[in-house]
Design a protein around this ligand. Structure first.
Ligand code: DX5
Ligand code: ZN
Length: 223
């Protein structure tokens, strides 16, 4: 299980705090890009995100919660992130967006909101490097985990095993030391407020610890 740390709710001094977070035992730094149109919240501009993450050494995981998908892909591809993830619900031509990101030499993630079922995206599964299951309504940190997300994660894992697909499964929203234990079939957990509202290092240790205890003791596949 890898952790992508989201700094959506981090407090000033933001550059120092994001740098500190990135130097801890996290695998990715997750950038929540919101345009105020696709979701009812707006985050930083590209220039501001670039500035805030200028000392980040971990790979960047860009989560675009925007309507004008290609415009943002053009901008964010410049920071050479590990993944650019767009929302299925925002793209009118999903196949062309996938090709667009791949043609820029980057890995493609596609995200689904809580109301979108895995059955709606079956045709795209073979072309994706990552699928992001939103376990809260996109837009804000600090919300409660939606339980139905576990079923989606497990379905995606079954489909991957059965068809030899290559995508990673990522889950985002409401992850803490309890909900992480339900996400055994996810490869990456995005964690925001659980880490940023307490001592970062201790929070990360607790997450990893709970994860290991859980994995060693329970047959998580069948939860
Ligand atoms: C929500 C964002 C999440 C959010 C996670 O729209 O995509 O990445 O920051 O925050 P927590 O972990 O607080 O739910
Ligand atoms: Zn996110």
């Amino acid at each position: 299980m890898k952790i992508a740390a989201s700094f959506l709710d981090i407090k000033e001094p933001i550059v120092e705090e994001v740098t500190k977070l990135s130097n801890l035992d996290v695998d990715y730094i997750h950038l929540d890009v919101m345009d105020g149109i696709f979701v009812d919240n707006k985050t930083y501009s590209y220039e501001e995100f670039y500035d805030i993450t200028r000392f980040v050494t971990k790979p960047k995981d860009v989560h675009l919660m925007v309507s004008d998908v290609k415009k943002y892909i053009d901008e964010y591809s410049n920071m050479k992130p590990e993944f650019i993830t767009f929302h299925y619900e925002a793209a009118s031509e999903v196949g062309s967006v996938i090709n667009y990101i791949h043609d820029l030499g980057l890995k493609v993630g596609m995200s689904i909101k809580p109301s979108t079922d895995v059955s709606e995206i079956i045709d795209y599964l073979d072309y994706l490097d990552l699928i992001l299951v939103m376990s809260v309504e996109p837009g804000h940190g600090g919300q409660s985990f939606i339980e139905d997300s576990v079923r989606k994660i497990n379905t995606l894992k079954e489909l991957r095993d059965k068809n030899n697909y290559n995508y990673l499964i990522e889950v985002d929203g409401g992850i803490n030391d309890v909900t992480i234990q339900k996400c055994g079939n996810a490869d990456i957990c995005v964690v925001g407020s659980y880490i940023t509202k307490q001592n970062y290092e201790e929070a990360i240790k607790k997450l990893k610890n709970y994860w290991h205890i859980f994995k060693n003791n329970i047959h998580y596949r069948y939860i």
